[in-house]
Write a protein that binds this ligand. Structure first.
Ligand code: ATP
Ligand code: MG
Length: 547
């Protein structure tokens, strides 16, 4: 799809290839392994992989694990799985930490060039000296240490002589630069901690702004694509590249972040939802995480088409959730079978149908796509229809469903007429007594009279009981921030119903996808088993939630 669409990054790549600035394209996706990926990350993934692909290039997966404090191997595995699910295979999988040695050597090079110094200011003092947008910063009193002293102190930092936070290595750039990132940024800090990849080998760790351009360069990345908040960091990216005597010079290009209405994606919010038990985990079908969306039944195709349809712009954008739903329906419509399921059952007895008789009727799996084949449904004396398909009195002429004394067509079967309503002692409806007309068998061309609509049903003789999980957004308002989210949570975000599906579905497997006639698109949940079927609603047939 991206082959046909143009965007500003693609234009830059094309020009650079034509002018010989680069002779191939190599991009990278660099997640921090400190959280599960969400649909916003999908924009970064799809952008990197699709752009490279459109020029015959490749994409690396690089775990940005230079900050050892917040990371975990659990996330590394989850991120790999998400990428594979989206259908992307990285050229290589690497860890930022595997470049610690080379990165350290570049720091020494900067010291030797007089471009870096060891600073004893505390974190608070560093910020106080930094100034702000209106005021230039002040030079650190340690800025003029000799090269020899800096080399000795930096080596001691590396050897574990100093405690956390007591010293940093800073680039010597310009404390009065209008860009605060250029005011002698810290490039190494001391953290005595066990790292999930390098163990106890290091107690000094490079900062993102120093490590990232170097990693890009060591790997031979041609275009380092990142989201907009890094625009102000680009001068520092270029400074590192230009002063570290690197062989290969990558180029940073920023693109806008993607937001979606009714989907809050900040890591802090997702973590709170999980940690405080508002959802059942990162793979809860209501979560905007890729693992949650997968369980909900979203398809990689729908996500890709959605992301590509939003285009790629330099500014952050917020897209309507309904767009995503549109691409889901679009992807599932012709590919999924359309069996019948009754989510909220009402029992129907066909009083003139012989007891014990069970009839098999053929149906197409998807009447718009005969290639999906066919199966049989059964019909017998006891059936289930949806509660909402019956009203005792026809309320108005728009009511095209069942009422007392009226006749409807049961999809794929017969016309039935409601003769009697049976109540319990509380006055609740228990079952309907109906009659059927043998001459109206589906497909026999009977058209003497018009029924009052067509409804679906499941035959009780062969029905499989099933649990249906019905979802709405976790938050109904369109505020994109997670502020006060606890008061804004939608109490109906997960509703469970007990009903029935056709016998044909008894061997359904997790992740199988269906359109349940009139009820929407569903997928079989991971926990669904032979005698305990569970289905998650992916999306309604038509958009219904209120904004
Ligand atoms: P944090 O800033 O807390 O680390 P992050 O969302 O930037 O969060 P990363 O793991 O660093 O998390 O993200 C990997 C890549 O995905 C980055 O290049 C980031 O810019 C990109 N990304 C994350 N969220 C979005 C989004 N909503 N739209 C586009 N790109 C995104
Ligand atoms: Mg980040």
């Amino acid at each position: 799809m991206m082959e046909n669409t143009s965007n500003f990054i693609k234009t830059i790549m094309k020009q650079e290839l034509e002018n010989g600035v680069v002779d191939h394209i190599l991009t990278r996706f660099p997640p921090e392994p400190n959280a599960y990926l969400h649909i916003g990350h999908a924009r970064a993934i799809i952008t990197n992989f699709e752009l490279a692909k459109s020029f015959g290039g490749k994409t690396n997966l690089r775990f940005d694990d230079t900050n050892p404090v917040k990371e975990d191997v659990e996330f590394v595995e989850a991120i790999k799985e998400d990428l594979a699910w989206l259908g992307y295979t990285p050229e290589i999988v690497v860890y930022g930490s595997s470049y610690f040695e080379e990165t350290y050597e570049k720091a020494i090079l900067l010291i030797k060039k007089g471009l870096a110094f060891v600073c004893d200011l505390s974190q608070e003092e560093v910020s106080a000296y930094r100034g702000d947008t209106n005021n230039p910063g002040k030079n650190s009193p340690y800025r003029d240490r000799s090269i020899e002293e800096n080399l000795k102190l930096f080596e001691e930092m590396k050897n574990g002589v100093y405690p956390n936070g007591s010293k940093t290595l800073r680039a010597k750039i310009d404390m009065s630069s209008p860009n605060i990132n250029m005011r002698d940024p810290v490039i190494y800090r001391i953290i005595h901690i066990n790292h999930h990849q390098t163990g106890d080998k290091w107690c000094i760790y490079p900062m993102y702004d120093f490590a990232h351009p170097l990693q890009d360069s060591f790997e031979g990345i041609t275009h380092s694509l990142c989201s907009l908040e890094y625009e102000d960091h680009r001068p520092l990216y270029d400074w590192v590249i230009n002063n570290c005597d690197v062989k290969h010079k990558p180029r940073q290009i920023e693109f806008g972040r993607l937001g979606i209405t009714n989907m809050i994606m900040s890591k802090r919010y997702l973590k709170q939802l999980v940690d405080e038990g508002y959802v059942k985990g990162y793979d809860d079908p209501r979560m905007p995480t890729l693992t949650g969306l997968r369980r909900r039944g979203f398809t990689p195709n729908a996500i890709k088409n959605f992301i590509l349809s939003t285009g790629l712009s330099k500014i952050n954008s917020t897209i309507d959730y309904e767009m995503l739903e549109h691409f889901l329906r679009d992807d599932l419509k012709m590919k999924s079978a359309r069996p019948m399921a009754v989510i909220d059952p009402l029992k129907v007895v066909i009083t003139n149908y012989p007891e014990g008789k069970v009839e098999e009727l053929p149906v197409l799996n998807n009447m718009e796509n005969p290639e999906l084949g066919s199966h049989t449904i059964t019909f017998s004396r006891n059936l289930y229809i949806e509660k909402e398909d019956f009203l005792e009195e026809k309320p108005n002429k728009h009511w095209k469903r069942l009422s007392k004394g009226l006749e409807v067509r049961l999809m794929n079967a017969y016309f039935i007429k409601c003769e009697e309503v049976i109540y319990d002692e509380k006055g609740e409806i228990v079952e309907l007594h109906c009659t059927y007309d043998e001459k109206t068998k589906n497909g026999t061309g009977f058209n003497e009279r018009k029924p009052n609509g067509t409804i679906h049903f499941v035959d009780a003789a062969t029905a499989q009981s099933a649990t249906f999980n019905l979802f709405e957004p976790l938050i109904l308002d369109s505020v994109v921030s997670s502020e006060n989210f606890k008061e804004r949570l939608n109490p109906n975000s997960w509703v469970t119903k007990e009903g029935f599906v056709e016998a044909w579905l008894k061997d359904t497997k997790p992740m199988d996808k269906y359109q349940f006639v009139r009820n929407g698109y569903f997928t079989t949940d991971y926990e669904s088993k032979g005698n305990k079927l569970i289905f998650n609603r992916i999306v309604n047939l038509k958009s219904s939630f209120t904004k």
